[in-house]
Design a protein around this ligand. Structure first.
Ligand code: HH2
Length: 311
């Protein structure tokens, strides 16, 4: 099992469903991203347009204006950065600014986006979404949600590869909450191994999402336990990348879950004595004390997908 990769969310938006408006200022967004890195994020996902149901559309210019300085600031500080966008022009500007992964919730349906990803040779996350963000939660229906999502993702991966995207650059994501009922989300999470069996690394994004609130009866700010539960279960079913707002607690949960699933834990030399860390520490966590390894080798066999390369 590849080591879990924690992707920290940096939303540079006024209207994201859980943290809209908190990081709209570029300096605040960069500081937040660096804090998430210090908390143990292997990768930072910078987005300038909310995809919550009913969110207002953002112009290309405005989205670029939000995203590019933050990507440049984080990449310039040595962080691995992905850009969460549906727009090829925004993705291009973000790649120019140092991002190495395009996280596209429309799964490269825009031909300009496929060409860009193929030309740049960057990593790409293909996300399943039924409909579009404005309409997706209006009565979503599937024959078999897992089979339908798998077929869609495989079709998009094939289209990407036909356009020149290398197989080892592709990550798949079932798109939890993107045109799905609570039942659909639960089915996808419980049968995630069926998507893992497609042979690509799988990313899951459950963080603070509304289905967790519906099940536990919690508001957005109180959904961390549900976030952890779903990410641990996704890890057990073979997911590799975990997109979350609350990096420090999820990172710890994933470290313990991964060690348990592997039934082993190898302490680094400085971990042979007692170590402890507070989740609010502002002290950078060095690689020697990290229990969740960073993505390892940038090269891997097409037949044995493991850790996506992001830098
Ligand atoms: N979820 C959101 C946004 N981007 N990308 C991937 N790959 N997978 C996801 O599940 C996913 C995503 C929605 O979460 P958030 O960014 O917190 O909210 P908003 O879209 O309102 O900014």
């Amino acid at each position: 099992m590849p080591p879990p990769i924690v992707m920290g969310i940096v939303n540079v938006t006024p209207d994201s469903f859980s943290d809209g408006g908190r990081w709209l200022d570029p300096a605040a967004a960069i500081a937040h991203g660096l804090q998430l890195r210090d908390d143990g994020a292997d990768l930072l996902d910078v987005g300038g347009e909310s995809t919550r149901p009913g969110a207002a559309a953002v112009s290309e210019e405005e989205e670029r204006r939000r995203v590019v300085p933050v990507v440049a600031g984080l990449a310039g500080a040595g962080a691995r950065v992905s850009v969460d966008t549906m727009k090829a022009t925004v993705a291009e500007a973000a790649l120019d600014a140092g991002a190495t992964l395009v996280n596209d919730v429309t799964a490269l349906r825009d031909p300009a986006m496929v060409r860009l990803v193929a030309d740049r040779g960057c990593d790409v996350c293909l996300v399943h979404m039924q409909g579009d963000p404005r309409t997706m939660q209006k009565d979503p229906r599937y024959d078999d949600v897992v089979a339908d999502v798998a077929a869609f993702l495989l079709e998009r991966a094939d289209a990407a590869m036909a356009a020149g995207v290398r197989r080892e650059r592709i990550i798949l994501d079932p798109g939890i909450g993107f045109g799905k009922t609570v039942q659909h989300n639960l089915e996808l999470l419980d049968r995630l191994h069926e998507l893992v069996a497609l042979g690509f690394p799988v990313l899951v994004g459950t963080s603070r999402k509304s289905f967790l609130g519906k099940i536990a009866g919690r508001d957005t700010d109180d959904r961390l336990p549900g976030t952890i539960a779903t990410n641990v279960l996704a890890l057990a079913r073979g997911a590799t990348i975990f997109r979350v707002h609350d990096v420090a607690p999820v990172r710890d949960a994933m470290a313990v879950a991964a060690a348990t699933l592997a039934r082993t834990w190898t302490p680094t030399p400085d971990e042979t004595t007692t170590t402890s860390r507070t989740t609010t520490s502002t002290t950078p966590t060095t690689s020697s004390t990290r229990a969740v390894p960073r993505p390892s080798s940038p090269s891997r066999s097409p037949d044995s997908p493991s850790t996506p390369t992001t830098g």
